[in-house]
Each structure stands twice: as structure tokens, then as C-alpha cells.
Design a binder for this molecule. Structure first.
Ligand code: ATP
Length: 432
């Protein structure tokens, strides 16, 4: 984990927020490579679960909502962690994260448990006396329920259908830790799938399969994934059934995403609290009812961390240590690097022109400084799947070499075939 965190900082994937001020706990910044990696992941998710399906709709709702939303959802009353403080070292822990009865850091005595609300609050309004307390949303799904009526009346929807949202969520985590695994500001990718109650099990199982396939599709190794069924006694207040997908991180198994059957809880609650009827008229069955909700709820940061952990590899090549990020090409932040063998003899100009052309189709990098072997290694470390080398033969026959990151093998191909060759292998959408 330490090696990965250090690579992420050194190469500009992820660093702590406000670093020059000493850093702020639980907040992270995605640098130039990290932003591309996470964008690829979110785009792939959106494409898989929204754009390529005919019964899914998207939403991008505001982060701050009417505070009543959080009363109706149960967050104001129920979103409490039970906390204990260490009387010796003063560190604070969530009781459900502790294994023994002593402080896990110093072995000191712990205080009596007490409740702590994990929603981050802010004040809305210009003057102190008129400002009202509002919350930064702790989950993206509530806006989907609150906007349910508007979405249904502005679109022709037939049950079953889903609404998806990707966006920031905030939780005042007691103990943010394990890099971006548990932070105070993070991104969620959530779907509320509305179906008839009698079909809830069928759809629950269908979503289990689809979620699993998505993690494999983004390149996560299957042997590092597992399902965890929540026992009935520990289910959240809204849930009829919950299963989690867990990933084997270097620090142990951790939740990547949940899949819950939320029943009719949320739409019923918002109907009651808002006084608006949120039932749905099912034209096919000529019936009005509150649909049942199956919710796949994933974290973009945790999925990004799983992709990073899975990609990291070290190997010895000719007595030298090679660090290589074996990203699935669809996830790689940079798809192709264009490298002239030498700067002279017009090779740099050819490479530069080629790179400018490719840049319009996918992310590229141009590098002419240092020995070619070193330049290949720099690209390996950031996970670039293809390196294109412009050499002396290019001037004679307009061919280039393509080096493959994982095998380090090189093929020669006509320069004008490079675009299609790479595009086909890195695109999130199907390209023919
Ligand atoms: P945990 O038990 O780990 O606190 P949770 O069960 O409270 O997580 P959910 O409310 O189900 O999490 O949220 C859905 C998803 O959002 C999680 O599976 C996770 O991927 C992501 N997530 C939740 N909290 C955080 C956090 N503090 N930092 C990063 N991602 C988070």
C-alpha cells in the first residue's frame, strides 16, 4: 500500500488535499493522471449501466437539498455512528470498527460509547440570522427519490426502469483511513431500479450478475472479489436485503459497493413528508402503486483504488526492477505515448505530427528526452498500454513500432493504421 500511495503522489495520480498547508484529513485530490483514470471508470460505468440500456435514465442533482429530505430519509435521526474516545491518546474510533475493548493504537482505556451524526452541515443564506442549516448530501440516491415524480412525468417510462446518478457525497467519517478507501468527500455511482414487488428477487439477482461483470470488465481480478450477505439482524432500517461486493485490498477485504432491496421505504417516506403522491401508474397492468427499489450503490473512489491496487506490479527485467501499472487499456489514463527514437534527423517532427493527430482520438503523451529504454519505463510506471516509436525506418516506409506494455514486445505497422489499432483496444464504447 505504501508503494502504491507513493507512486500515486510521485506520478500525479492522487495526493492529499491542501498539502502545502499540511494536508486535510479525509480529503484527496486527483492529479492529472488520476483524473483521467477516474473519468474512464465513471464513463465506463455510465456507458454500461445507462447509455447502453433502454430502461435507464440519468440525473445530476444538486448536492445541497432541502434539509427536510434528510429528515424523511431517516438520516437526521438514524445516520449516527457510535463513537468511543481513547482516554490516553485521545484518538476517536467507530465502535463497530473495533475488535477488542482497548484502544487499537495505544491499548488505552476507552470512553463510554456515544452517538455522532455523520452528516456534514453548512449554512445557507447571506446573513447570520436568516441563514439556515443545510447538509452536504451523505449519499446520491435521495435526489433520485425526491425527483422521481418530475422524472416520470417528463419521460415515457415503463416499469421496470432505473435512474442513475454519479456525484459527490460527504460523510464526517470518524476515522478516515486507507488512502481513498474511506474519505470525508467521495464520489458515488448509484442506481435506483424500480420494479414490481413480485419481481424483486429476479431483479436483485440480475443486478448481482451485472455488477460482478462490470468489475471484471474494468480489469479487476475475479479472485480478489467476493460477495458478503448482510445478516437480517444487522440490516439498515430501510433494507429488506443487502449484499456487498468486497475486494481484497492490501489492508484486507473492504466493501466496494452495496446492493440493497430498499423496498418501498424511500418513496413512501418522501410521499408522507412532502405531502406529494409518489405512486406510479403502471400502464401495462393498469395499476397504481409505489414501486419496489433495488439499489446498486458503488463508490467511484473505492473502485479506482481497487483498479490501482490490481494494476500495480513489480518484476525483474535484466537485473533491473520494472514497476508497471497493468491497467486494462480502457482504464489507462494515457493510451499511447509517441516517442521519436532520437530528436534529430527529422524524427521528432514526424512524431510530433503523429501525436497531434492521435490526441484527437484518445489521450496521448509525447516524450523525446532521454534514452528510449528509460522512456518506455516511465510509461510502464503510469500504465500506458502502447508506446509508438518513430525511428529511421519510418522515414523510408512510413511504418512505426508499437510496443506493448505487458509483454514489452514490439510490432511494426504502417503509421496510418495506428489510430484504428489503438482506438479499438482502448475505447469504452464499441467501435468497429
Ligand atoms: P462503510 O460500511 O464502508 O462505511 P457503507 O456501507 O456506509 O460503507 P454505503 O452507504 O452503502 O456505504 O455507500 C455506498 C458506497 O459508497 C460504498 O460501497 C462505498 O463504495 C462508497 N462509500 C461510502 N462511504 C465512503 C467513504 N467514506 N469514502 C469512500 N467511499 C465511500
Amino acid at each position: 500500500m505504501e508503494k502504491l500511495v507513493s507512486l500515486c503522489k510521485r506520478k500525479g495520480f492522487i495526493f492529499q488535499s491542501s498539502g502545502i498547508y499540511g494536508g486535510i484529513n479525509g480529503c484527496w485530490d486527483f492529479g492529472p493522471l488520476g483524473v483521467e483514470l477516474k473519468r474512464n471508470l465513471k464513463e465506463h460505468w455510465w456507458y454500461t449501466f445507462v447509455l447502453s440500456r433502454d430502461n435507464m435514465l440519468g440525473l445530476d442533482a444538486s448536492i445541497i437539498m432541502d434539509p427536510q429530505v434528510w429528515v424523511a430519509s431517516g438520516h437526521v435521526e438514524q445516520f449516527h455512528d457510535v463513537l468511543v474516545d481513547c482516554k490516553e491518546c485521545k484518538k476517536r474510533f467507530r465502535q463497530d470498527h473495533l475488535e477488542g475493548e482497548q484502544c487499537p493504537e495505544c491499548g488505552g482505556e476507552l470512553s463510554e460509547p456515544r452517538a455522532f451524526n455523520s452528516m456534514l452541515s453548512t449554512r445557507m443564506g447571506v446573513s447570520d440570522d436568516s441563514a439556515v442549516e443545510a447538509y452536504l448530501r451523505p449519499e446520491t440516491c435521495q435526489a433520485i427519490f425526491v425527483d422521481f415524480k418530475d422524472i416520470c412525468s417528463s419521460n415515457r417510462v415503463k416499469i421496470p426502469f432505473g435512474i442513475a446518478q454519479i456525484g459527490k457525497s460527504f460523510r464526517n467519517e470518524v476515522n478516515p483511513r486507507n488512502f481513498i478507501f474511506r474519505s470525508r468527500e467521495f464520489e458515488q455511482m448509484e442506481i435506483e431500479f424500480f420494479c414490481r414487488e413480485e419481481e424483486e428477487e429476479k431483479w436483485f439477482e440480475q443486478w448481482q450478475q451485472d455488477i460482478w461483470s462490470w468489475y471484471l470488465d474494468i480489469g479487476v481480478k475475479e479472485e480478489k472479489l467476493r460477495w458478503l450477505e448482510h445478516p437480517k439482524e444487522t440490516l439498515a432500517h430501510y433494507s429488506k436485503r443487502t449484499v456487498d461486493v468486497e475486494y481484497k485490498f492490501p489492508f484486507g477485504w473492504g466493501e466496494l459497493q452495496g446492493l440493497a432491496n430498499r423496498g418501498v421505504y424511500d418513496l413512501t417516506q418522501h410521499s408522507k413528508h412532502s405531502g406529494k403522491d409518489l405512486s406510479f401508474f403502471d400502464v401495462l397492468n393498469k395499476e397504481r402503486y409505489i414501486p419496489t427499489v433495488i439499489e446498486p450503490s458503488a463508490g467511484a473512489d473505492r473502485a479506482t483504488l481497487a483498479v490501482l491496487c490490481d494494476a500495480y506490479a513489480e518484476e525483474t527485467v535484466k537485473d533491473d526492477l520494472r514497476v508497471v501499472m497493468r491497467f486494462d487499456p480502457k482504464m489507462a489514463p494515457i493510451k499511447a505515448a509517441v516517442l521519436p527514437l532520437v530528436k534529430k534527423h527529422g524524427l521528432a517532427e514526424i512524431a510530433d505530427t503523429l501525436e497531434k493527430r492521435l490526441r484527437k482520438k484518445f489521450t496521448t503523451y509525447y516524450d523525446h528526452s532521454g534514452a528510449i529504454g528509460r522512456r518506455y519505463r516511465r510509461q510502464d510506471e503510469i500504465g500506458t498500454p502502447f508506446c509508438i516509436c518513430v525511428d529511421h525506418q519510418t522515414k523510408e516506409d512510413e511504418t512505426v513500432t508499437i510496443r506493448h506494455r505487458d509483454s514489452m514486445e514490439q510490432d511494426r505497422m504502417p503509421m496510418d493504421e495506428v489510430d484504428a489499432y489503438i482506438l479499438k483496444r482502448v475505447s469504452i464504447r464499441d467501435v468497429c
